[in-house]
Structures are given as structure tokens and as C-alpha cells.
Write a protein that binds this ligand. Sequence first.
Ligand code: ADP
Ligand code: MG
Length: 696
Amino acid sequence: MTISKRLLQHLSISHLPGLGEALEKKFNNLGIYTIRDLLLHLPLRYEDRSSFSPISNLTIGEHTTVQGKIIKSEIIFSKRRMLVCTIQDNSGSINLRFINFYPTMQQNLAIGKWVKAYGEIKKGKLSLEIIHPQIQIKATPQEFDTLETEKFTPIYGATYGLTQNIIRKFIHSSLTLLKRNPTPEIIPEKFLNGFPSIEQALITLHEPPLNIDIAQLENSNHPAKQRLIFEELLAYQLSMQLIKSRNQNHQAVEIVVKNQYITPFLQALPFSPTNAQTRVVKEIWNDMAQAKPMMRLVQGDVGSGKTLVAALAALNAIENNKQVVLMAPTEILAEQHYLNFKQWFDALGLSVDLLTGKLTAKQKRNCYAELEAGKTHILIGTHAVFVEHVKFADLGLVIIDEQHRFGVDQRLTLWQKGIKDNYYPHQLIMTATPIPRTLTMTIYADLDVSVIDELPPGRTPVTTIVLPNTRRNEIIDRIKQVCLTGKQVYWVCTLVEESEVLAAQAAEVTYVELQELLPNVAVGLVHGKMKPQQKQQIMQDFKQGEIQLLVATTVIEVGVDVPNASLMIIENAERLGLSQLHQLRGRVGRGQAASHCVLMYQAPLSQVTKQRLQVMRDSNDGFVIAQKDLEIRGGGDILGTRQVGLADFKVVDLIRDQMIISHVQQVSQFILQHHPDAAIKLIDSWLPQRTKYINA
Ligand code: ADP
Ligand code: MG
């Protein structure tokens, strides 16, 4: 058995019978390319559809399966066009109602066919009904899928055009393939106590038998799930440790402080660095003076002044005739950094350049040429623009701002761009995501950590107010007053869906409303769907005070720095995670003035949500908030690491699974010492894209 067969990882899903190009694209949209990806697309939950109820016995509100023959099927027109189909068993009849339907659906739901339907029983106008049930249609009742009567039915995360039935079908054939090509065991026997094999774990997770403890499976405590969590976390830990130890052998240019630019820069600065900034900068300079590449993470709460630390690291490299690149997660932030650095560095005669998507082809070529000729001292941009063409004459330092928005792999890719004659650039990584230490040591296991644990002096903490949106009028009055005093205001619109298109629409509506309600206030609008140039103009106008009230989506979440803004209103604050709220709130309270943040919510709030908003009211400290967030979440209401933006795992949720971290760290040490080949195989199986940094 070769490694490539492990979990069928290198086999494209297009090998599955019946999976054509169109379907392949849809699976790709879910991030599923290989059979392994598909097998690791685990169900979100399960339903028991093993037995169906006689129609006459149904009760309103229950989720259940019914089965019957179609006796009527028609399109009706009330407020909207809909398809209503009546099915009958030998006890009674029920309606199935579809508000969104394809033309072919009516043909499929022809009179005389048999339907098995699952959903919530509701009371319709004339009879019981199910709206948008999950359905299967067959010519005779004998043809129904027997899987559903023998197993729990898994429910998967789906996407437009990929139904549950389709996903289930291809997972079923992948499992069949897996049974024929079992996965060799890599993990030493003694660490596998109580765990099923990988195949068995996957079969249990996708097709659980009816006698299983389904609650245990759903809350991830089942050995089948634990097996996968353990393996993925172990692979991640091994990869980070190997990257770190390989790094010890890499060479870097020693960069020693010369104070040529640093001294005049500090003299011109209108304030002096805080003690914490000074300490962290010293740690960085010390790293850069070594003959091996720095890999340092700077953690500092929002507003702690990470940009200044980055500037002092950059100047050190530039003084030593090295180039610097700074990567930011959003265009707004990249542009803001550009303006900031330009203002600081122009005075020193240094060349700062910005690379964003909005440049014309000619401007881009120009930018690449200057960079390659070594004329650019520091290049600032978003990840999207660091493409193939970008070549540095002599890159000495890579800075990544707001790392939690990037994956580990993006960071490593940029780093590799700077390798020259086997010399590696130094890396400085900055993040405001306040996470507990154990998690830091896992996610950033390859990095040394410095913490800026002090805010610049003279800040007044932001006062946070929690209000229902029925008190909108009072808030409008408040905005008027604040603008009259010459201060500025953010109004943040949020949405449940992660859709910047819908968020942009919502923000546009609010923008129009607020303009009408506040005729004497200059209102601006910024969202992710705008052209970069437009965005930049708006942000600049806001910074210069020409816009008093800025209506925005969460695009302003990271990095934006306008000290004159002293009031922020967050609409539907209950929809956001605490760390996101904390990041947003960090946009105010950056100047001397007392600042306020209003968390507006839509009543009624659940007990947990009330508690969470309370935490925001009680604390301004990112670490305290993160810790409380974990405590409140407990077992149930899990937002997940992905949402917090920590790392891109397939099965692991670091917050949920944190209690196994220390065990995994021990196992990982043991494997590295005694089974180094197993380490490589595990990494290749879970993080194939990462092996290149380890073999490098
Ligand atoms: P963050 O850590 O969130 O990236 P920034 O670097 O944007 O924070 O800094 C926030 C604000 O604090 C900026 O306006 C910056 O000019 C200011 N600032 C940074 N360091 C100091 C300092 N030592 N004293 C006073 N103000 C500072
Ligand atoms: Mg910042």
C-alpha cells in the first residue's frame, strides 16, 4: 500500500462514477477536490428517518418522515408561485409545499408516483403540510433507499445545486472505495487505545447505525470523531514542529541596528514608544541580528500600537540595505498602512510602494520593475497581489499584519519568495486575536511570541452600551450631538450570512435612511463590493473629517485607525462573535476623547447572548473577553475556530478540542523522536501542501 492511497487523498472526485464536470465544480465550491476531501466532509447533524408515521397520527411541530402516493400536484398562485403536491397513505393525506422549485420538479412529482418526505409538520390552511421537505421520489414504494431505514440519515453542509441526496450518494461510493483500499495505520499502536480504524471511524460518522449514541456522535465525544480529531491535530502539531526545527538550520543575513534612519524617525515621532513597544522591538532586533531567520509573532490587543513596532523592524532592515514587504488582509488596511508609512518614510527619503488590484497593467509592471531593481524600500499590499511576477532584489524582512486572517500556508508562501542563495528572510507576524496561551502554542507552534501588554497612555476606555433596536431614535439624536462637537461616528451593519453582496445591500439601505434622518451630517458609505479606488477615497475623506458618519460593513473590522472617531454603533450585534465585536470596537477609543460603543440588538435575546453582550459591556481587555467567550460557549453554542479565524482545520475545532492539546503535544514529541517517517506520512496525509516547507 502506498501513501498516496492513504485516505485516497490524491484521487480526484471525478473518478467517482456519475460525477461529471458540472457536479465537480459544485463540490469544488465546498473546497472538495479529492475523495479524501469528500470523506472528511463530515455531517453537521443526523436525523432518524428509519420509520415513517401514518399520516393520520402526525402532530404539529414534530420532525418526521411520511410516505405516500401522489394524488394531486399543481402550481398555485397566491402571493407567490408555488408547487403544492398532495400525498396519501392508507390513513390520510398531507400537502407538500415548495416555494422555490425547478420546472422539472413538477414533472417529477407526477400523480401516481411515490414520495418519501421529511420535515416539520405544520398546520396549513386546509390540511397539515410540510414546507420544503427533503424528498425522494420513486415509481413504487419498494424502490426507496434502504439505507435510511437501517441507519441514521446524515445532514451535510451543502451549497446551491448540491442536494443532500447527491452528497450522500457520492460519499457512499467513496466509502465503498475506501473499504477496498484500506488506510494503513501510521500512528504507533500504543497511542490508539480505544480508537477505531480510520475506515471504521469514517463509516460510523457518515452512516451511523441506529443503535449508536447519536448525541455522543453529534457533540464530537464519540471515539470515531475523536480518532479523526486526534490525527488531524497531531499532523498539524508535527508539521509546525518540523517547520520550526528545519528553520533552525536555515541561514539568514544578520541585520544589526545602525540607527541611520531609526534615530531621526524616533525624533520626528509625536510621541514616544511605550515600554511594551520598546521591549518587543528589542526582541525583534535581537532576532534579526542572528544568522538564522527570525520567526516571531507579536500579539497585542487592538490599539496597542503594532504598526509602530513594524515600522521600527522595517527601518532596521532598510538601514542594512534590505527590502521589506508588508502584507495586510484587506485593501482598506493596506492602503491605510501605505499612507501611514509614506508619511513616516518620505521624510527619511525612503521609497514606499503600494501594490493592489486596482493598479493598471502598466502601473503594475512599473511597480515590479522598481522592486526588482531594488529601488523600492518597502512594498505594502494584500495577499491577492503577491503574484508570480513579484520578485525582490534583496528581501530581508516579511511582515504580516493581522495574521489570523491568513492561513499558515499563505504566510509560508510569501516567506519562500524571499529565499535567495539559500538565505531566508526574517519573518514578523502580528495579530490582535487574543487567545489563551495553550491555543497560541498550537496554532503558532513554529513561532516565538512577544506580547505588547500595554496600551499607549492617555486613552480613555470605551464605554459600551447595550440597547434594543427599538431605541434607534435616541441613537440618532446621539449621533447628531457627537457630530456637532466635531467628532466622528461609525455605523456598522452586520448580516448572518457571510455574504458581502447582501451585507453591501443592507449597508446601502441604512446609508439612505441615515442620510434622511441626519440631513446636516455628512454621511459616507463603504463596503467590500466597492471599487478599491472608491473605498480608498471614502476612507481618506473619513480620515480627513470630510465624512462625519461612516456607514460600513465589517470590512472596517481590522486595522482601520481614525483617532477622531469616538462613537460606534453596531447593528444586530448579537450576530457577531465576541472577538469580532472586540476588533470592531477597537476602531474607537484611539484618541483622547471619551468614546462609546453602542451594541444594538434585535429582541428577544437568548440567555447566552445576553451574557455574551454583558461581557462586552464589562471588559475592554481582549484576553479577558476571549476567555469569557470560551467559558460561556461551553459545550453547546460553539462558534468554532474557523469563525474566530484561527486555523483551517477539517475536523478539529481548537476551542472545542483544547483539552487534548497537551496530550497531542506529548505524542508528537515521541513520534518525532522514534518514528520520524510516520511523522512525514501523517503530514502528507492531512496537510499535503505543507510538506514542501518541511522538505525545503
Ligand atoms: P494596532 O495595534 O491595533 O495595530 P495601531 O498601530 O493602529 O494599533 O495604533 C493605534 C494608534 O495608537 C495609532 O493612532 C498610533 O499612532 C497610536 N500610537 C501607537 N503607539 C503609540 C504611543 N507609544 N503613544 C501614543 N500613541 C501611540
Ligand atoms: Mg493594526
